[in-house]
Design a binder for this molecule. Structure first.
Ligand SMILES: Nc1nc2c(ncn2[C@@H]2O[C@H](COP(=O)(O)OP(=O)(O)OP(=O)(O)O)[C@@H](O)[C@H]2O)c(=O)[nH]1
Length: 320
């Protein structure tokens, strides 16, 4: 019998609702900011929280973000497929937390919204519509920023959501002050399935950065080789070292399935991998704002398709 639990929780909500602040409150430390630039996968890891459930078991909750849900101009085919992919990232999670900027919502109800409030309201409606058709374990509503709401108006916000019966739990929180966050974290932990941790706990702090860096290289690899190497490769960040002068050294391995695929990635005289490395390094520098030294290696790994954590890293669903 294991007493560890592990799973995924999707955090969704309009821009500015307080998602990053909530992730920081759940993780318990400031998580390095992950840009939304690369959106090729269905979700991005924002942080890893180690939370206690109601029975005191420890749950590793991988907090993921699916920014594609709010893809602007989502009416064309590409937009629709990105929105669809983002929702399938939500479906693969064990729980979802919908974060709403409660003061902004109240201003709409009181007919005194700002332009940003109106947009947040429209986004919230889109999310509630999407959530109403989900069939997943736990759907939470987190009405955030209650520190800015007079007490007598709290019930009014809750009442506005009372017809949305698909929410299993509603929390009134202040992600900034951590009010209500403990109750939310216990509920989340309780919803996670039993099982071993998905990531080594000592990697948890810089994991979002490692994954982001792997994602950047994977995107370049895909852009360059998707005809020759469909779905056959994965990228992992093995080492992440901050050097004394502030530069960052990143060592990554590109795993392919068969020996015959190695020369495809390397290219004639190593040209292909050099090009991929150069453009990935450029993106990493733009993202991190410091000089990056990127070292890419190609290895064959048979049977990588059997490893659950690696699937999680590449944004794929292992349980299908
Ligand atoms: N008063 C108050 N402000 C909050 C609270 N939570 C977040 N904020 C503020 O709301 C703003 C947006 O918070 P973020 O956590 O960046 O929001 P986000 O949803 O991650 O935003 P995007 O990354 O744009 O999607 C910041 O100025 C936060 O400080 C809260 O509980 N109370």
């Amino acid at each position: 019998m294991t007493n560890t639990k592990a799973g995924f929780a999707a955090i969704i909500g309009a821009p500015n609702a307080g998602k990053s602040t909530l992730v920081n409150a759940l993780v318990g430390e400031k998580v390095s900011i992950v840009t939304h630039k690369v959106q090729t996968t269905r979700f991005q890891v924002r942080g890893i929280a180690m939370l206690k459930d109601n029975d005191d078991a420890t749950a590793q909750v991988v907090l993921v973000d699916t920014p594609g849900i709010f893809k602007a101009g989502g009416d064309d085919r590409l937009g629709r497929s990105m929105v669809h992919a983002a929702w399938s990232g939500v479906d693969d999670s064990n729980a979802v937390i919908h974060v709403v900027d409660a003061p902004a919502y109240l201003r709409v109800l009181h007919k005194e919204p700002t332009a940003q409030d109106k947009k947040a309201f429209a986004d919230t409606e889109r999310v509630t519509k999407g959530l109403s058709t989900r069939k997943m374990g736990l759907i939470c509503l987190a009405l955030n920023k209650i520190d800015e709401i007079p007490h007598d108006q709290l019930l009014e916000v809750i009442a506005a959501f009372k017809d949305h019966t698909f929410y299993n739990e509603i929390f009134l929180i202040s992600a900034l002050n951590r009010d209500g966050v403990d109750a939310l974290s216990k509920t989340l932990a309780s919803a996670m399935p039993e099982g071993p941790f998905l990531y080594p706990p000592d990697q948890a702090a810089d994991l979002p950065s490692r994954l982001m860096a792997a994602e950047i290289t994977r995107e370049k690899l895909y852009l360059r080789l998707h005809d020759e190497l469909p779905y056959a490769s994965t990228v992992e960040t093995e080492k992440w070292t901050k050097q004394k002068n502030g530069d960052i050294r990143i060592d990554q391995v590109i795993y392919v399935k068969r020996d015959s695929q190695k020369p495809i990635v390397l290219g004639k005289g190593g040209r292909t991998i050099r090009d991929i490395g150069a453009s990935a390094r450029q993106d990493m520098q733009d993202w991190l704002g410091v000089k990056v030294h990127l070292f890419l290696f190609v290895k064959v790994r048979e049977g990588w398709t059997d490893d659950r954590a690696r699937y999680a890293e590449s944004g794929l669903n292992f349980d299908v």
